[in-house]
Write a protein that binds this ligand. Structure first.
Ligand code: ZN
Length: 398
């Protein structure tokens, strides 16, 4: 008999308790970081280029050119615009400059998330590693419990660029995979918009993730990171905030799993694109590179029995394809639960014309974990104790 499948879908709201901005206030947060005198930005010029480009495009009647309304505060919508203008012929800005807008925006996203998302140091002495951002550690412990004690199959889709969830799975030694190639990992972790720990190999063109363990199993132990920062890079450690950029330093040692090119054998830029592989929601060249993931997303939504949608509000910018897949399958879901702290009825209104069952829980991700455990008949106290023992559940909620 086939096992029942639980699918979890995550949006930006899921990383909010860990410190991440939402899509709608991302640029506002980036601006605050840019003007914060206490923060020394690595990519200051990129931040300035992005804000300059937004001003130029807004004043240049770009909405008429693209024939759509643009939400200039929303990072995904601006990212999409930067991508779309690259294929317009006869544009007043040179194509080289337009390309640099996208590259700068990707660096802005990386550094804004680096400055916002907190990987708290474990409070437990003897466990000298960074915890995953709250509440991903607790959630991964729940997944571990589902894996070990129930017959459910798990599948994960996240639209977030950050690797909070990936890192939490890693901490629990759960076997997951991104479906970037033909591997068949136990738990699919599908990231249709890319990930900050992915790189494109310039030699063979394939996308490869930088494994967290590549630099030795314990690279992400906090004391090692701090030692590396102080001794080798001459930087002051910023405990808990460095992870998203720090993983890019591993590129120096990274080996392409497909063509086996190594940075060491040649100057780095020949082998790796400096920017992480992340893409806006619109269809573009890079979007096609991630087609294998999109196909799998469709398959997972089509084959789920239970579906939890956490902090994801079906943005228009996703062309609503996720909505479409869910609508096509929702009648056969045994349970469909939307977890979102906003009780402004917008989610409810989105579904009002649909005669399938769904439940909306006005909870934040952290507070919802106990309810998911209850749904599955699992003892939450046991999960909490295990997470505490692993030093994973004690992130300060923001
Ligand atoms: Zn390669």
């Amino acid at each position: 008999m086939e096992r029942e499948k639980i699918l979890f879908i995550f949006g930006a709201g899921a990383s909010a308790e860990g410190g991440a901005p939402l899509m709608g206030n991302f640029l506002e947060n980036a601006k605050k970081i840019l003007f914060d005198k206490k923060i020394v930005l690595k990519n200051k010029d990129d931040f300035k280029r992005v804000f300059g480009a937004i001003d130029t495009l807004r004043n240049g009647q770009i909405e008429e050119k693209l024939n759509k309304k643009i939400d200039w505060d929303n990072i995904e919508s601006v990212f999409s615009v930067f991508e779309e203008i690259q294929s317009i012929e006869d544009f007043p800005i040179s194509s080289e400059d337009r390309k640099s807008f996208s590259r700068s925006l990707i660096r802005l996203i990386l550094e804004t998330l680096e400055q916002s998302i907190i990987f708290p140091p474990s409070v437990s002495t003897g466990l000298q590693y960074h915890q995953p951002p709250y509440p991903y550690g607790l959630f991964a412990t729940l997944l571990d419990k589902i894996n070990k004690t129930t017959a459910y199959e798990i599948s994960l889709i996240t639209f977030n660029y950050d690797f909070s969830l990936d890192y939490a799975l890693e901490r629990l030694h759960l076997q997951y995979g991104y479906f970037l190639d033909e591997d068949h990992p136990a738990i699919p972790l599908l990231k249709p918009h890319g990930s900050l720990n992915w790189v494109k190999c310039n030699q063979c063109g394939r996308i490869s993730p930088i494994p967290f363990a590549e630099y030795g199993q314990s690279y992400f132990d906090s004391y090692k990171i701090e030692k590396h920062l102080t001794n080798e890079l001459g930087k002051e450690p910023q405990t808990g905030k460095i992870m998203h950029s720090e993983i890019r330093n591993l590129l120096d040692k990274h080996k392409c799993p497909y063509c086996c090119s190594k940075a060491e054998s040649s100057p780095k830029p020949i082998f790796w694109n400096e920017e992480p592989v992340i893409i806006p929601p619109i269809k573009s060249k890079n979007y096609e590179k991630l087609q294998i993931i999109h196909d799998k997303v469709k398959e997972e939504i089509g084959s789920a029995d239970y579906i939890y949608i956490i902090g994801y509000s079906f943005p228009e910018s996703d062309n609503n394809y996720i909505r479409k897949y869910i609508d096509e399958n929702a009648k056969k879901y045994k349970r469909m639960i939307l977890i979102n702290p906003d009780d402004d009825k917008s989610l409810e209104n989105q579904f009002e014309d649909h005669n399938y069952r769904r439940e909306i829980r006005n909870l934040r991700f952290g507070g919802s974990i106990i309810t998911i455990a209850e749904d599955l008949g699992l003892d939450f106290t046991e999960i909490k104790i295990m997470a505490d023992n692993l030093g994973l559940s004690i992130g300060l909620p923001i």
